[in-house]
Design a binder for this molecule. Structure first.
Ligand SMILES: [Zn+2]
Length: 306
C-alpha cells in the first residue's frame, strides 16, 4: 500500500475531516509506542495517514512526544511525504498571529530528546543542511496561498524545550539571533524524517508574539487557543488541497539521504542493529560476509592435531 501523505497534527489539530474508509492502526516500533494509533483513510483519490502528535486528548508534553516511534510508524506504513503542523510564536513584527510560516531552517534548542535512530552498533550521518523538504514545503505554501492564507515563505524555526513559554530575555535573544518563529516540536521530527528518508515540512501556525513585543500581550494558553480555532480550518483545507496534487513522484533528494550515510563497516554491524534498522537501510546494508579466516584456523588446528 502507498500512502501519499502523512500528517502530524499539533496543538489544535487533532483530526482530519472528510476521510473515507477510515481505519485506526496501532504500530509497534523498536523505539516504543507512537503518540496514538494512526488514522488511515482516503481523501479524494489518495490514501492519507494522520497522527495527533500530543496523543488523544492532548496528553503529551512536547518533551514527552516519542518522535522516534512516531516517525518509525510513518515509515513502516509506507509514508514518503510528511507534513507537520506546529503552533508557534512570532519573533518578527511582520509575522502576525493568524499567519502561516513555511520555515526553511530549524535551530535546535531542545535538551535531552532522543534525536536519532542510529547508534548501538551502527554509525550513520545524514545531511541536514536543509532540514525541510523544499518540494513539499512549496506544495504546502502554494496550497495555503491558494486558500487565501497569509503565508510567509522561508524563515527559521527555533525549537525550544518548553513546556513553559520563553522568558523575556530568551525571546529577545532569539530575535537577535535572527530567528523568526519559536515552537516546541519541529525537532527532532525533521532530523528523524531525514534519517528515515521521508520528505518533511513544517507548517507553522502563528498564534502570538511570544513575549518580546512592547504593545502586544504576552503569550498565554487562552490567547493561543483563540487564534488556533481560527487557523486550524486553514490547516485542514491545506491538507485537502495538497492531496489533490498527489500522488506525484519525488524529485527532491530526501529519498536518498542514507545513500552515503553509513560509516560502520557492514561486516561489523551487529545482527541486533541489522534487525532493528533493516526498515531504514534495507538494500543499503549489504549482508555480512562469512568469515572464512575462522574456518581456516579451525581446519589448521584440526590438521595440527593429527
Ligand atoms: Zn523531499
Amino acid at each position: 500500500m502507498t500512502i501519499a501523505l502523512g500528517v502530524i497534527g499539533g496543538s489544535g489539530l487533532y483530526e482530519i475531516e472528510g476521510l473515507t474508509r477510515v481505519k485506526k492502526v496501532l504500530v509497534k516500533t523498536p523505539f516504543g509506542d507512537p503518540s496514538a494509533p494512526y488514522t488511515l483513510g482516503r481523501l479524494g483519490e489518495v490514501e492519507l495517514c494522520f497522527l495527533p502528535r500530543h496523543g488523544v486528548g492532548h496528553r503529551l508534553l512536547p518533551s514527552e512526544v516519542n518522535s522516534r516511534a512516531n516517525l518509525w510508524g510513518f515509515k513502516k506504513l509506507g509514508v514518503e511525504r510528511l507534513l507537520s503542523f506546529s503552533a508557534v510564536g512570532s519573533l518578527r513584527e511582520a509575522i502576525e498571529p493568524g499567519d502561516l510560516v513555511m520555515p526553511d531552517q530549524i535551530f535546535d534548542r531542545t535538551a535531552g530528546r532522543e534525536q536519532t535512530f542510529f547508534g548501538d552498533g551502527l554509525v550513520a550521518h545524514v545531511p541536514l543542511a536543509d532540514p525541510m523538504c523544499q518540494e513539499l514545503s512549496d506544495m504546502a505554501y502554494a496550497a495555503a496561498t491558494a486558500l487565501g492564507g497569509r503565508v510567509h515563505k522561508g524563515g527559521t524555526y527555533l525549537c525550544m524545550e518548553g513546556p513553559a513559554f520563553s522568558t523575556r530575555a530568551e525571546s529577545r535573544v532569539h530575535r537577535l539571533w535572527g530567528m523568526d518563529v519559536v515552537g516546541m516540536t519541529a525537532f527532532p521530527e525533521a532530523k528523524l524524517a531525514r534519517e528515515a528518508e521521508i520528505c518533511y515540512a513544517t507548517a507553522a501556525l502563528v498564534t502570538d508574539f511570544d513575549c518580546w513585543h512592547a504593545v502586544e500581550a504576552d503569550v498565554s494558553v487562552p490567547a493561543v487557543l483563540e487564534v488556533l480555532r481560527r487557523n486550524v480550518a486553514l490547516a485542514k483545507s491545506m491538507v485537502r488541497e495538497i492531496a489533490k496534487k498527489l500522488p506525484a513522484p519525488r524529485t527532491c533528494g530526501c529519498g536518498e539521504a542514507l545513500r552515503d550515510a553509513l560509516l560502520t563497516d557492514p561486516a561489523h554491524v551487529t545482527p541486533a542493529a541489522r534487525r532493528r534498522l533493516g526498515l531504514l537501510f534495507g538494500r543499503r546494508l549489504p549482508a555480512a560476509k562469512a568469515k572464512p579466516v575462522v574456518k581456516k584456523a579451525r581446519k589448521a588446528a584440526r590438521a595440527g592435531r593429527r
